[in-house]
Each structure stands twice: as structure tokens, then as C-alpha cells.
Design a protein around this ligand. Structure first.
Ligand code: OAD
Length: 236
């Protein structure tokens, strides 16, 4: 292996696209089907909670029928082998599906939350949740009917930012996979990583909005270019 020891990988909707989960901004993507302001803001939830809960109930149900693809599996393999070699790797995902975990990745930070969690706004406890929330079930912890999707909405602070910045500060290599580079703060990680001295690589179907910031960019479907890159880095 090369002298790269610490890797931070950022993933977005493109890594799950070939598992059959819609991206947000591609043609026919989720934000063409739904207005962000109607379903993905705290104001929307206050205005029409049934609409918002139904939207996330459908998404929660749908992701449970999907399977990890070759890109998730390759990243899980890298995760295992990199650690075994005593090196560090952190997968930061903007995705709210659990396909990295189901592929076997051990440490994944969900900076935009998780579909399979419900968050009680009364007691602040997050519970594993595979069913629906529309019927206002009680919180398993405190019994209040104050559960909401544990998904970061526009205008809310992404999770785990301190941990992510510590990892970016230390990283030798930052890799961005399947994300359009349209949503901050994740879209800014490439510049942060560069400033901290990491090499940077983009793996995406097409050039992202931030493609110029990367030292290297490879374009193609994630199920092809991610396994290729993983074999390459493990072989170094
Ligand atoms: P986007 O939908 O904005 O971008 C998906 C990217 O994946 C695009 O650049 C596509 O070209 C690329 N892509 C599509 N299919 C691919 C494939 N098979 N292989 C590789 N790349 C592919 O999704 P994100 O960048 O993840 O936030 O969106 C970021 C955030 O915006 C989401 O986490 C969500 C959304 O609003 C919140 O909900 C807070």
C-alpha cells in the first residue's frame, strides 16, 4: 500500500442510484417530484405534518426493499482491509439509506440523518424505526407522541460536524463519490480537505459542481468506477 494512511470518503445519492434509489437533482429526481419547501423543512412539518410524515414513510418503506450495489460492497471491503492494515478510514454519507451498513461498512457517519431512525422531540432519544410515523405512534422511550423522521431538513444543522472536520484535518486523501456538490457544508469538504493538505479525488457519473476543486476526477457509474478505484488503492 502507498503512503496514504488516512482516508475520508464522502458519499451522496449517486452511490445508491444503481440500487434503485432516486437521486435528488438528476432528471426525474426527488426534488423534481416534490418541492423541497413542501417536505424537507421544519416549516413544512409545522404547516402540514401529515404530508411530510407520509413522504418519509414512503421513502422509509422503499429503501428497505433495495439492496447494496457493487460500489457499497467495494467501499465496505476497503473499510475492512484498510483498518486491518492499521490505517484509518471514515465514510461520511449524505444518504439517509442504510446501504453502506448493509454492505458491511463498520463506521459510517450519517450527516443528514437516517430514514431508519425516529427522533422524539419530547425526550430527544432516537429509536430504530422501520414502520410508519403517520399514525403518531408513541415514543418507545418516553411514551409521548412526538416522533419525527431523523432526517436533517433544510435550515437544520447537519450531524457530526466536529468529528468530520477532525477527520478532514488529518486526512491524506479525500474522495467524493456520487454527489452533485450542490449542498453545503458537504459541498465545501473538498476545499477544506485541500486546505488541510489532503489529495482529492472525485468519482461521479459526470463532473460535479465542484469538480474543478479536485486534483483528479473520474467519471462513470459508481458500480464500475468505485470498485476499480478500491482495487487500485488496495493494490498500491
Ligand atoms: P444529488 O441528486 O444532488 O446528486 C447526485 C449526483 O450523483 C449527481 O452529480 C449525479 O451525476 C450522480 N450520479 C447519479 N447516478 C450515478 C451513478 N450511477 N454513479 C455515480 N454517480 C451518479 O444528490 P446529493 O449530492 O447526494 O440533503 O445531494 C445532497 C443532498 O441534497 C442530499 O443529502 C439531500 C439533498 O437535498 C438533505 O435532504 C438535507
Amino acid at each position: 500500500m502507498s503512503d496514504i494512511r488516512k482516508i475520508v470518503i464522502l458519499t451522496g445519492a449517486g452511490v445508491s442510484a444503481e440500487s434503485g434509489i432516486d437521486t435528488f437533482r438528476d432528471g426525474g429526481g426527488l426534488w423534481e417530484q416534490h418541492r423541497v419547501e413542501d417536505v424537507a423543512t421544519p416549516e413544512a412539518f409545522a404547516r402540514d405534518p401529515d404530508l411530510v410524515l407520509r413522504f418519509y414513510d414512503m421513502r422509509r418503506e422503499a429503501i428497505q426493499t433495495k439492496l447494496p450495489n457493487a460500489a457499497h460492497l467495494a467501499l465496505a471491503k476497503l473499510d475492512a482491509q484498510w483498518r486491518q492494515a492499521g490505517r484509518e478510514l471514515l465514510i461520511v454519507t449524505q444518504n439517509v439509506d442504510d446501504l453502506h451498513e448493509r454492505a458491511g461498512a463498520a463506521r459510517v457517519l450519517h450527516m443528514h440523518g437516517e430514514h431508519l431512525n425516529a427522533w422524539c422531540t419530547a425526550c430527544d432519544v432516537r429509536s430504530r424505526w422501520t414502520g410508519t410515523l403517520i399514525e403518531r405512534p408513541p415514543c418507545p422511550e418516553c411514551g409521548e407522541t412526538a416522533l419525527r423522521p431523523d432526517v436533517v431538513w433544510f435550515g437544520e444543522m447537519p450531524y457530526e460536524m466536529d468529528t468530520i472536520f477532525s477527520a478532514l484535518r488529518e486526512a491524506d486523501l479525500f474522495v467524493s463519490i456520487g454527489t452533485s456538490g450542490a449542498v453545503y457544508p458537504a459541498a465545501g469538504f473538498v476545499r477544506n480537505a485541500r486546505e488541510f493538505g489532503a489529495a482529492t479525488l472525485e468519482l461521479n457519473l459526470e463532473p460535479s459542481q465542484g469538480t474543478a476543486w479536485f486534483d483528479e476526477a473520474r467519471h462513470g457509474p459508481a458500480t464500475q468506477i468505485v470498485p476499480q478505484w478500491v482495487e487500485e488503492i488496495l493494490g498500491k
